[in-house]
Design a protein around this ligand. Structure first.
Ligand SMILES: Nc1nc2c(c(=O)[nH]1)N[C@H]1C(S)=C(S)[C@@H](COP(=O)(O)O)O[C@H]1N2
Ligand SMILES: [Mo]
Length: 217
């Protein structure tokens, strides 16, 4: 990732505009800035690139916030305004339509890995008239991710239970994690406890620390 994109991710539009202006002063093409803007606006509608399955590798286990305790009685809690809260067992989640895909997990720290995932599109658990945002939190609430609805309902946004053909390990987010290849790694929350559909833009662990809330690639 070059500096424009890094600035864009960290400081949002204003930061990227400054970076773009700087790149012009420095006689560097502002192309990357424009591309960043386009991606921010259109990203959710685009398909992330996919790769041949044999390109898949095990990514480094990165970030363990919310992964301290193994959950003995795990179930997925689902909340939406005007609907009774419900919960699903892992077996119930796995009975939803299975999708496999080989996509790139891209960390803001500058590394990426191609990974093969199995899971079900998050849209299968969305209520019919879902509000504008989705909040996902670990069972202990210490890691939390906010998504715009369009990205959450993207066909490549999966609730995943397998990585490279094996059940998820604890460090990669067992029993269920998010895979959202149209966003940076920070949005790919491991060990989901609760998914809430909400009209308020949800808090986000890394956005709270200054990263762009959308974190679109
Ligand atoms: N619960 C939880 N999920 C998380 C994190 C974390 O610290 N805690 N880190 C994120 C970051 S920064 C990245 S790059 C990816 C890494 O996924 P991996 O460990 O499976 O490679 O997980 C994301 N999901
Ligand atoms: Mo990351």
């Amino acid at each position: 990732m070059n500096n424009d994109r890094r600035a864009f991710l960290k400081f949002g539009l204003a930061g990227a505009a400054v970076a773009g202006g700087l790149s012009q002063l420095l006689k560097v093409s502002p192309h990357e800035f424009n591309e960043g803007l386009t991606r921010k606006l259109l990203g959710a509608r685009r398909e992330a690139p996919t790769f041949p399955r044999d390109r898949a590798r095990e990514p480094r286990a990165n970030g363990d916030v919310g992964l301290d305790e193994e959950v003995a009685d795990w179930s997925l809690k689902i909340e939406a305004p005007g609907l009774p809260a419900r919960s699903m067992s892992l077996e119930e989640v796995k009975s939803l339509p299975r999708v496999e895909m080989t996509t790139e997990l891209m960390c803001v720290e500058g590394w990426s890995e191609v990974v093969h995932w199995s899971g079900t599109p998050l849209r299968h658990i969305a209520p019919p008239q879902a509000p504008e945002y989705v909040s996902l939190t670990t069972p202990d609430k210490s890691y939390f991710v906010g998504l715009d609805l369009e990205s959450a309902l993207h066909p490549q946004t999966l609730l995943a239970w397998e990585m490279n053909g094996q059940p998820l390990t604890s460090e990669h987010g067992a029993p269920l994690r998010l895979v959202i290849p149209v966003k940076y790694g920070i949005k790919n929350i491991k060990r989901i406890g609760t998914i809430e559909f909400t009209a308020q833009r949800p808090a986000d662990y890394w956005a709270n620390k200054g990263y762009d809330w959308y974190a679109a690639l």
